[in-house]
Design a protein around this ligand. Structure first.
Ligand SMILES: [Cu+2]
Length: 551
C-alpha cells in the first residue's frame, strides 16, 4: 500500500477465510492467548511504524476477529469491526502491516500475512524532484524472509521444541526461534534482479520471524589468478521511521562476525534504506550475501580470558542461508537524470531531552512446560507476563505475584528507557504508539535476585567478583558507554538490544549476571492501551510482550 501524501486513509479489514478451515501450521494450544478454545483462524492487523494512532486502529493482540464472528474473551481492547484510521501524518518511511494476533503472530506472519506500507512526505518529494534520491524504477522495496518448504512446495514450520523433545511437552509446541533454510525476497527464493549501471535506493525490511541478516554486496573477478572478491560500498540513508540527517557509509567491522567489508546488520522488523551505485559495474553479477550467525547474540568471539564463554552463533555461509539475492547489471541503461545524494537529507532531527531512567529488563526463564522463554520485566521485579503477573514456575504450586502495568507514560511525553538485557540473545524491541531515539549501549554486571530481578549494577565490561557472604564486592572500573552506530541515529521503532559480550548463564540467586544495557529516548504519542514487545515473533508469542498504557 502506498497512501497519498498526508491524506488520511481508512482501511477496512475483513476476515473472509473459511470458517471451517484448519490452520495449516502447527498451533500450540498451551501458550498465552490460545488456551481458552480460541479459534485457530483469527487475525488482527498492526501497521508497524504507524506513529499517530488510536488504540482501536493499532491492532491490539487481543482484539482479533474470526470469520465465524467468535469474539475474544475479555479483551482489554475490543475488536474493531469498523475501518482502521491511519492519519499518514508522519515522516516519509517504510512501514509494514502484519498480523498481530496473540499467540498466533509467528504462524500468521510466516503464512504470509505481511505487506509494505510506504509513507511519503514533502521533504522526500523535494529530494526526488531535485534528483537527489533515486525514484520510480530505481526505488526498490525488498522484503527479506526465511522459509522452509516441504517437498510439495508448501510451507513447513516446526511443531516441536527441540530443547524439550524428551520431556513433558506440548505438541504442537512453540519453538524458541524459527530459522528457515531458504531465503526469499518479495516472496521469491533467491531471486535475481536486472539493474542498470546506476544508483538505486533499496528499501530493506527484514520480515523474518527470528533470523538476523548481515548483508554485503560482492562479485568475484575470475579474470585474475587467484580470483578476487570485490565488495560494493553502499550508504544508509534511512532507518525505520524516516530519513537520517545525512548518508552513512555501510559499517566496516573488525571480526568474522562483524565483517571487515561494507555490511549492514538487520534484526527482524528493522528497516533500512540504502543507496547502492552500480555505475561502472556493467556485466557484473553482484550477490547480496548474508553472514549473520544463528542464533544472533554476542558479536565478538570468546577470548580465553573469560571462560566458560558462550560463543557467538554459527555465521551463515554457503549458497543457501549465506545468499539473499543477486543483482545482474545487464539491463539497458535508460536515459535518466544523474542522481546526486545530498550531504543533508533533512532538517536535522532535534534530540529528545533525557529524563530520569525507566529501567526495564529482558530476562530468560522457563515456562510451566520447562521451555525456555525470554520475557520482559523490570529490574526490581524480574520477569512480568503480558497480564502483568510474575509467575514463578520454580514454586509448587505455582506462585503468581500480580504486578500490573509498569509502563504508563503520559501522552506526548518523553522518557529515557534503560533496557537491560541479561539473556544470551540480541532482541529487536518494538514499541507501538511512539518512536525511539537510540542513544548508547554499555556493559553491566549485577547480582541476580528472585525472578530474574537485578540489583547492585556495575557498569563495566570487567567481570565483577561474586558475593562473599553478604558482602557485595566493589564495582570494577566503569566502561564508558558506546554511542549507537551512526546509522541508528535516526527515528526508530525497533531497537536492537544486544546481550553481554562476555556472558555466562547464571541461575543461582546471589550469582553474578552479565549483560548489556541499551539506552534510548522515547517520544510517546496519543493515549490508549498499546504494547511493546520483542519482534522475534516466537518470543513475542511466548509472552515477551507487555502492555503500554499511554495515559
Ligand atoms: Cu526476543
Amino acid at each position: 500500500m502506498s497512501p497519498v501524501l498526508l491524506i488520511p486513509a481508512q482501511v477496512q479489514y475483513t476476515n473472509t477465510l473459511s470458517a471451517t478451515l484448519q490452520h495449516f501450521l502447527p498451533v500450540d494450544k498451551t501458550i498465552h492467548g490460545t488456551m481458552m478454545g480460541e479459534p485457530d483462524i483469527r487475525s488482527v492487523v498492526h501497521l508497524h511504524g504507524n506513529r499517530i494512532v488510536d488504540q482501536a486502529s493499532d491492532g491490539f493482540p487481543e482484539a482479533w476477529i474470526s470469520p465465524t464472528g467468535t469474539l475474544p474473551m475479555l479483551p482489554r481492547v475490543p475488536p474493531n469491526l469498523s475501518p482502521f484510521q491511519y492519519t499518514n501524518n508522519q515522516e516519509a518511511s517504510l512501514l509494514w502491516y502484519h498480523d498481530h494476533t496473540i499467540g498466533m503472530t509467528r504462524l500468521n506472519v510466516f503464512a504470509g500475512m505481511a505487506g509494505l506500507y510506504i509513507v511519503r512526505d514533502t521533504n522526500e518529494q523535494t529530494l526526488i524532484t531535485n534528483n537527489q534520491l533515486p525514484s520510480g524504477r530505481y526505488e526498490v522495496p525488498l522484503v527479506i524472509q526465511d522459509r522452509t518448504f516441504k517437498l510439495d512446495g508448501s510451507l513447513a514450520y516446526p511443531d516441536k521444541d527441540p530443547n524439550t523433545l524428551l520431556g513433558g511437552i506440548a505438541n504442537p509446541s512453540v519453538v524458541p526461534e524459527f530459522f528457515g533454510n531458504v531465503i526469499v525476497v518479495n516472496g521469491t527464493a533467491w531471486p535475481y534482479f536486472q539493474v542498470e549501471p546506476k544508483k538505486y535506493r533499496l528499501r530493506l525490511l527484514n520480515g523474518s520471524n527470528a533470523r538476523f541478516y548481515t548483508m554485503d554486496f560482492k562479485f568475484t573477478d575470475t579474470t585474475v589468478i587467484p580470483s578476487q572478491d570485490y565488495y560494493v560500498p553502499f550508504q544508509v540513508i534511512a532507518t525505520d521511521s524516516g530519513l537520517l540527517n545525512a548518508p552513512v557509509p555501510a559499517t566496516i567491522g573488525t571480526s568474522s562476525i562483524t565483517p571487515t567489508v561494507p555490511a549492514l546488520t538487520m534484526a527482524p522488523a528493522e528497516r533500512y534504506d540504502i543507496i547502492i551505485d552500480f555505475t561502472g559495474l556493467g556485466g557484473k553479477n553482484i550477490t547480496m550475501t548474508n553472514s549473520a550467525p544463528v542464533p544472533f547474540g554476542r558479536t565478538q568471539p570468546c577470548t580465553t580470558a573469560i571462560p566458560p564463554c558462550v560463543p557467538p552463533g554459527i555465521p551463515a555461509t554457503g549458497t543457501m542461508q549465506g545468499q539473499i539475492m543477486q543483482f545482474k547489471v545487464n539491463a539497458p541503461a535508460v536515459s535518466s537524470p544523474a542522481i546526486t545524494i545530498p550531504a543533508a537529507l533533512r532538517t536535522p532531527i532535534v534530540p529528545l531531552v533525557n529524563t530520569p531512567a525507566h529501567q526495564v529488563l529482558l530476562v530468560e526463564t522457563k515456562d510451566d512446560k520447562g521451555r525456555i522463554t525470554p520475557m520482559l520485566g523490570t529490574l526490581n521485579n524480574g520477569w512480568i507476563d503480558f497480564m502483568g503477573d510474575h509467575i514463578d514456575y520454580t514454586k509448587n504450586p505455582i506462585q503468581v505475584t500480580p504486578i500490573g502495568d509498569t509502563d504508563k507514560p503520559a501522552r506526548n511525553s518523553v522518557q529515557t528507557w534503560e533496557i537491560f538485557n541479561s539473556t544470551l540473545d540480541a532482541h529487536p524491541i518494538h514499541l507501538h504508539d511512539g518512536a525511539f531515539q537510540p542513544i548508547e549501549r554499555q556493559p553491566f554486571s549485577a547480582i541476580l535476585g528472585p525472578g530474574g530481578s537485578l540489583t547492585d549494577i556495575c557498569y563495566s565490561s570487567t567481570p565483577r567478583q561474586p558475593k562473599s557472604g553478604t558482602v557485595v564486592p566493589a564495582c570494577p572500573p566503569v566502561t564508558p558507554p558506546s554511542p549507537v552506530l551512526a546509522r541508528e541515529k535516526g527515528w526508530k521503532d525497533t531497537m536492537l538490544v544486544y546481550p553481554s559480550e562476555n556472558n555466562t548463564p547464571t541461575i543461582n540467586i546471589g550469582g553474578i549476571v552479565k549483560g548489556q544495557v541499551t539506552r534510548v529516548n522515547i517520544k510517546f504519542e496519543g493515549p490508549g492501551l498499546f504494547v511493546w514487545h520483542c519482534h522475534i515473533t516466537e518470543h513475542e508469542d511466548h509472552d515477551m510482550m507487555r502492555p503500554l498504557a499511554v495515559r
